[in-house]
Design a protein around this ligand. Structure first.
Ligand code: CA
Length: 260
């Protein structure tokens, strides 16, 4: 693997990042980066993407909290100094909403007080700028692994189960082969089983807000997922909520939805 150092300087910080030139395949962990410094945010976004992560970003505390609450992500990289809501307050609010998403805090300051305060409000790990990219990636993998080890990491609803790390899917104990995009779609639906997930939320989570797709792409993907997960079985799980989105059905049919 080839590496290059990128150094950026701004008025209040100097950051060295080790950015991978080759893209690592095999990981689609979803990372939310909350950072107000635009060049730092861009470097994190690009670097994590190149390491195979799916990256969502927010540039202030309020929108970061909103995204972290509404969207499921596997880990959060959280800057402390943020406009509108600082990193500590954001994390406190997130934990108060029972969100256990692992959080790695970033700070330009390396004081014990900051660290203790971070852990007090629910941070899982801590990294001081400047840091190297391999270290960031290793820490992210470590905090997500720690969380997984607490449970089996499987997401289950009705007779469907998926493993977000190994990317395996089973229905009624049958192993089902699905594509990476189909997997993301199914994961979004399963994580909010029994609730309508809007077309916009699904499109953003499957393709990313930065990769716009045409209006029919989602329907095409839903159809190909249904062919694998629903067609061979008598009870249909992926329901259409007319005019809104799609829903993973916990019972055979939910009010206001139809199977196709
Ligand atoms: Ca900042």
């Amino acid at each position: 693997m080839k590496w290059r150092y990128v150094e950026i300087k701004s008025s209040d910080q100097q950051v060295n990042l080790l950015v991978s030139k080759s893209s690592a395949k095999g990981s689609t962990m979803r990372i939310l980066v909350i950072e107000d410094e635009s060049r730092m945010l861009e470097l994190l976004r690009k670097g994590l993407y190149e390491h195979g992560f799916t990256v969502m970003t927010a540039a202030d505390g309020e929108s970061g909290l909103e995204i972290a609450t509404v969207y499921e992500c596997d880990a959060i990289v959280l800057d402390i100094g943020l406009p509108r809501l600082d990193g500590y307050a954001l994390l406190q609010a997130l934990r108060a909403r029972s969100r256990t998403t692992p959080v790695l805090m970033l700070t330009a300051r390396d004081t014990e007080d900051d660290m203790i305060r971070g852990f007090d409000v629910g941070a899982d790990d801590y990294l001081t700028k400047p840091f190297s990219f391999p270290e960031l990636v290793a820490r992210l993998k470590s905090i997500t692994r720690r969380l997984r080890e607490k449970g089996d990491g499987m997401i289950k609803a009705a007779d469907v189960a998926i493993d977000p790390i190994r990317h395996t899917v089973t229905r009624a104990r049958d192993s089902i082969d699905i594509t990476r995009l189909e997997f993301r779609l199914l994961e979004c639906l399963l994580r909010r089983a029994g609730q309508c997930v809007t077309r916009q939320a699904l499109t953003e989570q499957v393709w990313g807000a930065e990769h716009p797709v045409g209006p029919t792409a989602l329907d095409v993907l839903v159809n190909s997922l249904r062919a694998k997960i629903d067609a061979p079985y008598p009870s249909k799980r992926i329901g259409t909520v007319r005019g809104s989105g799609y829903m993973f059905l916990l019972s055979a049919m939910a009010p206001g939805s139809e199977s196709r």
